[in-house]
Design a protein around this ligand. Structure first.
Ligand SMILES: Cc1ncc(COP(=O)(O)O)c(C=O)c1O
Length: 310
């Protein structure tokens, strides 16, 4: 995957060259992972020569929620300011292709684990096209690592601290020859991947783990739950899913802002369906990309245009 960083980032509200975006090594963001974030994508539409940030409002709302739960203190970067900074950074980096962005809020400077201030922020911009796996599919291993739980490191909160859990699972999966991992809950139900939610399609019926399965309340998951009903008249079942159902499904896919819709074509050495991208997943991808880029005009409230803003 060819990625390239934008020349500029925003650090504490100011544009800085990429190489100068640094924080203090004793900051609670580093020493205790007091650091919440959002991963966003913007899609370039060559027909209307516009870059659309996908579901920016929902990302900003979740960032506020994560900061609240992690007791990140007062800061000047409210939702309106962040929205404008995201668009400004894309314009300054002259983004006219698919972009992945991060917005982080963290506790900066020298402080203890319980410090809530001073709050730092950065926004980054990386030119990052869709992955080969999202076109061709990936393999996955059900991990021996268990998903973090809501009462220990709540996965509902998008905190960098949580990512050690997915990292362990992803590294184990790669060492064992798989592309990615699927984590189970302590009860043995399917939870999610290291950086994505999961759906399966069994006998035509789409299902995804419900919100009590220690998942991040994914914005892409929400988009696809809406999409399955609206585009295909095929509502998603949100429910507890047993591990062995993964082996009975005809189609499985990961979904997330970064992963977009990544088909899973093999799990634990067993082919999913016919071992290639399934027809429902392919149709879903087509609709998702059309709407995210604005080629399909449905759901304009999901897109924030970057160029020509007042
Ligand atoms: C653990 C985890 N689950 C799910 C997702 C998907 O969330 P979203 O669709 O909001 O990007 C992510 C995305 O980063 C993630 O890290």
């Amino acid at each position: 995957m060819a990625t390239r960083n934008g020349d500029y980032m925003i650090l504490n509200g100011k544009l800085v060259p990429f190489a100068e975006a640094r924080i203090h090594c004793l900051s609670p963001a580093i020493t205790s992972s007091v650091n919440v974030f959002e991963g966003l994508r913007a899609y370039w539409n060559p027909e209307d020569e516009q870059l659309h940030v996908f579901r920016l409002e929902e990302h900003l709302a979740r960032l506020e929620y994560s900061a609240r739960v992690m007791r990140i203190g007062a800061h000047p970067w409210d939702r309106d300011t962040l929205r404008e900074m995201v668009c400004e950074l894309l314009r300054v980096n002259e983004a006219r292709e698919s972009v992945h962005m991060r917005i982080h809020l963290y506790v900066d400077e020298d402080g203890f684990m319980t410090a809530t201030e001073p709050v730092g922020m950065f926004i980054s911009c990386v030119f990052r096209p869709s992955t080969r796996q999202s076109r061709e599919g990936c393999t996955a291993q059900v991990s021996s690592w268990t998903r973090l739980t809501d009462n220990s490191g709540p996965p509902r909160v998008k905190s960098s601290a949580n990512y050690f859990n997915g990292r362990l699972a992803a590294i184990q999966a790669k060492q064992d020859g798989y592309d990615n991992a699927i984590l189970l809950t302590p009860e043995g139900h399917v939870s999610e991947g290291p950086g994505a939610c999961i759906f399966l399609i069994r006998d035509g019926v789409p299902s995804t783990p419900d919100r009590s399965q220690h998942i991040l309340e994914s914005i892409t998951r929400d988009t696809l739950i809406t999409g399955f009903s609206e585009w295909f008249g095929n509502p998603v079942q949100e429910r507890a899913i047993g591990r062995s159902e993964l082996y009975a499904a005809q189609e499985v896919f990961f979904c997330g802002t970064g992963n977009e819709i990544t088909p899973v074509i093999g799990i634990d050495g067993l082919a999913v369906g016919e071992g290639r991208v399934g027809p429902i997943t392919a149709a879903l991808q087509e609709r998702y990309f059309a709407i995210a880029s604005g080629r399909d005009a449905a759901h304009p409230e999901w897109r924030t245009p970057v160029y020509g803003r007042p």
